[in-house]
Ligand binder design. Sequence first.
Ligand SMILES: [Zn+2]
Length: 258
Amino acid sequence: MRRTNSRTPAEFLEFGNRQVSVPKTETRAERVTQPPESSRAVLAIVLFGSPGSGKGTQAKLLSASLSIPQISTGDMLRAHVRQGNAVGTAVESKLKAGILVKDDVVNSLVAERLGQPDTARGFILDGYPRTVAQAETLCGLLKSRGTQELVIHLVVDYNVIIARLTGRRQCPVCGTLYNLNSRAPKVPGVCDLEGAPLMVREDDRESVIRERLDAYQRQTCPILDYFRQKGEQIHDVDASHDQPEAVFRKIVGLIRER
Ligand SMILES: [Zn+2]
């Protein structure tokens, strides 16, 4: 097992036969001189994360540092809606209503996307698979192209997330966001700028947040079980207490240790 130490100003990992640097906060990325290990398989990073886990942020950090695409099925579907094509027209009402788009539609979008050359060195899946049927299709796709998967689950302590989100207050006049835990207004309950009474946003109410977290749990557990039954290791990463950079470094550690 390779362990990092504090000698280097940046962390490095081999990725798809190429060595990339992962800059630490406040440090400059530098290249190391060891030859890259050519035996590294192309990797599909499958990222799961509950509401409030910062999954999108992590996907972007990984994409930038590894120079591999972030494949978000949500973004792809919304792009089709903007283009007004056949797929977009078919899924628009479902997206608006928050209903899951049919497996075969999403699966064929992903299959097509994975056929593009920028995925040759690896990719990050964000928001896919969302059902067990999608997970089965994904495993078939990865197997046929000889891509290894690394399943990462960003886990949050629900109480921490609820405290964080329910502490949010917003000024209805100027839109300034406050947080009772970290950025409280100078005078409790009113905006610093013009003194308007602060409001709790509808989607920040505790019952709404609990419902979103429960829905996530109901949807995701069977998919994680599917991967486990296949003998796949699920890497749980605690994302409730650390800053995004620290969470990112934990994920980089997992990629390195695989
Ligand atoms: Zn205000």
